[in-house]
Write a protein that binds this ligand. Structure first.
Ligand SMILES: NC(=O)c1ccc[n+]([C@@H]2O[C@H](COP(=O)([O-])OP(=O)(O)OC[C@H]3O[C@@H](n4cnc5c(N)ncnc54)[C@H](O)[C@@H]3O)[C@@H](O)[C@H]2O)c1
Length: 314
């Protein structure tokens, strides 16, 4: 094992962040979390982490850096909703651009070893012309969210050149797995699973033929862990390279859960990419990353989680 470090995880009470916190703690690292609990939940957060209930846009972020002296920063806190970003692009930019800048300034003042940034592959390339698409594809976001996540990437690159801050950017596909919020719009797997288990009819936006690259949360955590020592200064797609339609997800979950009804169809959503899959050859080559989870197993584990969570609240 690597020597224990102090890792600051922003968004550590969220879906992906909480899994990352668990992994870091299990490997003996000290973990500090900054989260404003806007979408994250304390019940997801490992009690062994030191928690700062704080918004990343606030000046006191620097005091947390001064007090905790992190070696590593995993930046996951974000306004992560595409729909919200089109409704309120100012808030989206405040959190995703200004908030990232706040963290970079604190990192510059206090000195860190590495900044690992959770970006998006799904919302960055627009509707790509090639499938699967590589990091070389032109960046053409079709939502303020895709744009703000990319501007933060550019700030990382700037701070690397100006102040030699080491960084790696990870551009995820559609992440799914246990603890994903079933409300709102982020995770179609979580939303369908919860609805089917409760006997409600899930809604599909548009015809359901839209295709995404679904990647399991543990595989995304693996990529973060590998980025501690590798991939300095680079951006890496983190996806399976497979396109799966929303209709296929519906059918797979229907069969795992034993749900007997069909979906309800609503209008397609503004700002959504129609078809995308990510070529992760660069991450495979430079980070030594491979997606390990088979989709059928990943979906079963997610359903199992929601079944147990449902029992817990009854
Ligand atoms: N889930 C996906 O499919 C996916 C895909 C691509 C990229 N990402 C990126 O991964 C990261 C984590 O996403 P997630 O799916 O776990 O979302 P999430 O909403 O579960 O987690 C985000 C966390 O950040 C916190 N947060 C939000 N705004 C904050 C602020 N201003 N200050 C402090 N904390 C704040 C929330 O409370 C939450 O705990 C995000 O940066 C997102 O853009 C996610």
């Amino acid at each position: 094992m690597d020597e224990p470090k102090t890792a600051l995880v922003t968004g550590g009470a969220g879906f992906i962040g909480s899994h990352l916190v668990d992994r870091l703690l299990s490997l003996g690292h000290k973990v500090v979390v900054i989260d404003n609990l806007s979408t994250g939940k304390l019940k997801n957060l490992n009690p062994s982490a030191t928690f700062h209930h704080l918004d990343i846009t606030q000046p006191s972020v620097t005091e947390v850096f001064q007090r905790e002296q992190p070696d590593l920063v995993f930046h996951l806190a974000a306004q992560a909703s595409v729909t919200q970003s089109t409704r309120d692009p100012f808030h989206d930019s405040d959190v995703n651009v200004f908030g990232t800048l706040r963290l970079l300034e604190a990192a510059r003042k206090c000195g860190i070893e590495k900044f690992i940034y959770s970006s998006t592959g799904g919302a960055l390339y627009g509707d790509p012309e090639t499938h699967p698409c590589t990091e070389e594809h032109p960046v053409l976001p079709v939502s303020p969210y895709g744009m703000s996540k990319y501007i933060a990437e550019l700030y990382l690159d700037l701070y690397h050149r100006l102040y030699q801050i080491n960084f790696t950017t990870l551009r995820y596909g559609n992440v799914y797995g246990p603890r994903q919020e079933a409300h709102g719009e982020a995770g179609v797997v979580a939303i369908f699973t919860q609805a089917m288990l409760e006997g409600h009819q899930p809604q599909i936006f548009g015809d359901g033929n839209q295709e995404r690259d679904f990647v399991f949360v543990d595989d995304v955590v693996d990529a973060n862990m590998l980025a501690i020592n590798k991939g300095n200064g680079g951006s890496f797609n983190i996806g399976t390279g497979e396109k799966t339609s929303v209709n296929q997800i519906f059918e797979s979950l229907q069969s795992i859960i034993g749900y007997r009804w069909g979906p309800e169809h609503g209008p397609a959503r503004h700002g959504d990419v129609y078809k995308i899959s990510l070529d992760s050859s660069k991450a495979i080559r430079d980070l030594g990353w491979t997606p390990k989870m088979e989709m059928a197993e990943g979906l079963s584990q997610t359903v199992e989680y929601f079944r147990n969570a449902g029992k817990a609240v009854r």
